[in-house]
Design a protein around this ligand. Structure first.
Ligand SMILES: [Zn+2]
Length: 500
């Protein structure tokens, strides 16, 4: 009897909790998708500088909005005289401050508050990438997928829409807005949390142009940090890891399945910003929103101040991608942060539960990236037509694929799979595929293969997902494990040279 009552109470309790979640009922309230839509539409109607576009829909059919700001629409898709910044927020539905800050900035830009900035830069803001998750107050989208791990497969409509927008404009600068939350039991037990309002991360994948990474760290990072601090908030370069009693600290993942690196490998000045969250969705919301606004605005201002140099630098590095192997002869298929003991990491922390901030120095910091080996880039890849899933994934990235070949004869390289094991990088296990190469001059049948030249904007993406030894390879996904059999050939061929 008592068990029955208990079950009943528990059951109705659960129903109550899930049915009752509403962003607008929180204190302070968060902006619902309905309210966000109404606000953006109202702003677009009255603004001289704003155009609103629906770039796609979420799994549950909610519109994804891009608010575009320029003194002269349409924003050029190429040969720009000013750099274009693309900001996108709330890929994770339980990180609302980015959305609130982005929406505030949409209003400020729309009402003419930053007309001086728009003389030097154009801006596109996608304030809410994951409306379905946001409506539930959860990280993932309605398909229970983490959108910020979906930028390789691109099979969720929200990220596919973002990439389609990106490829339409190829903005010089992109910013992915998130929140980090140290107020979870595992971290609170250590007695302290990280005390930075904002942390900004640059591209980390080792294939991103060195010149762009250097520029990100030497010019843009200090520019944003200076502005954020001038607005009364604390700032640090983005670190992941910890608590350091148990784990190391390092810079964030080199994987290209997140928003930042997936756009950076197009040779974009691409960033992620992580604002501080205090456990639940709404604690200190006003401060969080203001800090995120400062970080986004700090980036836009820094880009505006360096517009000419950014245009020149990004254009120069993107030309190298277009030239393929001729300009970029090698690819780094793997990387990991070197375990070197004793690199000091000064960090500002807040002691819990005293709520006192203090400076400390940690030792298990591994800032340096190691690339264990490089591979030569082929001129292209030959994908068997029966690998329809590979072809569809590349199509979602707008990859150029040819049904006809530069010549009939091709010097090809085929990988024979020698052994399969695993290795760990960035605290994650990957498949280690050992291969032996076989070279042959063969007549390629266009009925059997499509040809993917590497000399195109997505060149790095193509190499990184098709090379079986790559940490970002499609064969790292379980649905493709079947393509790996010891003693058999890997089905995708490397095209080394076309011969008449
Ligand atoms: Zn996030």
């Amino acid at each position: 009897m008592s068990g029955k009552i208990f079950c009943h109470v528990l059951f109705s309790g659960l129903v109550f909790v899930s049915a009752a979640f509403s962003q607008t009922a929180l204190s302070p309230p968060l902006t619902s998708h309905t309210a966000l839509k109404a606000k953006l539409e109202e702003l677009a109607r009255s603004s001289k500088v704003m155009k609103l576009e629906v770039i796609g829909k979420s799994v549950e059919g909610r519109e994804l909005f891009a608010a575009k700001f320029s003194r002269k629409h349409p924003i050029p898709q190429k040969d720009r005289k000013k750099p274009l910044v693309l900001v996108f927020a709330q890929q994770h539905g339980n990180e609302p401050s980015g959305k609130e800050a982005a929406l505030q900035l949409c209003e400020e830009f729309a009402r003419g508050m930053f007309d001086d900035l728009l003389k030097k830069v154009d801006v596109i803001i996608v304030p809410q990438m994951n409306p379905d998750g946001s409506e539930r107050g959860v990280r993932r989208n309605a398909n229970d997928q983490d959108l910020n791990r979906n930028h390789i497969l691109l099979d969720q409509p929200e990220v596919a829409a973002l990439h389609a927008l990106f490829r339409r404009y190829f903005p010089e600068v992109t910013l992915d807005v998130h929140e980090y939350n140290d107020y979870v039991p595992g971290r609170l037990r250590t007695g302290w949390v990280r005390a930075y309002d904002e942390m900004l991360g640059a591209a980390t994948n080792p294939n991103v142009s060195k010149a762009l990474v250097r520029y990100s760290l030497e010019t843009i990072m200090p520019g944003v940090g200076g502005y954020v601090r001038s607005q009364g908030f604390s700032f640090h370069r983005y670190l992941v890891g910890g608590p350091p009693e148990r784990y190391r600290y390092r810079y964030s993942t080199t994987a290209i399945n997140d928003g930042r690196n997936s756009l950076a490998i197009y040779h974009t000045l691409s960033f992620i910003v992580e604002g501080r969250r205090y456990g639940d969705l709404t604690t200190r919301l006003e401060r969080r929103r203001a800090a995120q606004r400062a970080a986004i605005l700090g980036l836009i201002r820094t880009v505006a101040e360096n517009g000419k140099e950014i245009l020149r630098l990004v254009q120069q590095e993107r030309e190298a991608l277009q030239k393929g192997a001729a300009a970029i002869p090698f690819i780094a298929p793997r990387s990991n942060y070197l375990h070197v003991a004793g690199v000091p990491l000064p960090l500002r922390i807040e002691l819990i539960p005293q709520s006192v901030e203090t400076d400390t120095v940690f030792r298990n910091f591994t800032p340096r990236l190691k690339v264990p080996f490089y591979l030569s880039r082929p001129v292209g890849y030959l994908i068997p037509r029966r690998l329809t899933e590979f072809i569809e994934i590349l199509q979602r990235h707008g990859v150029r694929m040819l049904d006809t070949f530069p010549a009939r004869q091709c010097l090809t390289e085929t990988y024979r799979i020698q052994a399969l094991s695993t290795y760990v990088s960035e605290e994650k296990t990957y498949l280690d595929v050992s291969v032996r190469s076989r070279f042959s001059l063969q007549t390629v049948d266009p009925g059997e293969y499509v040809y993917v030249p590497v000399a195109q904007p997505a060149g790095h993406y193509i190499c990184l997902v098709l090379e079986p030894q790559s940490q970002n390879a499609l064969i790292q996904y379980p649905q493709f494990y079947g393509l790996l059999q010891v003693g058999r050939d890997y089905p995708v061929l490397r095209a080394l040279e076309w011969k008449e």
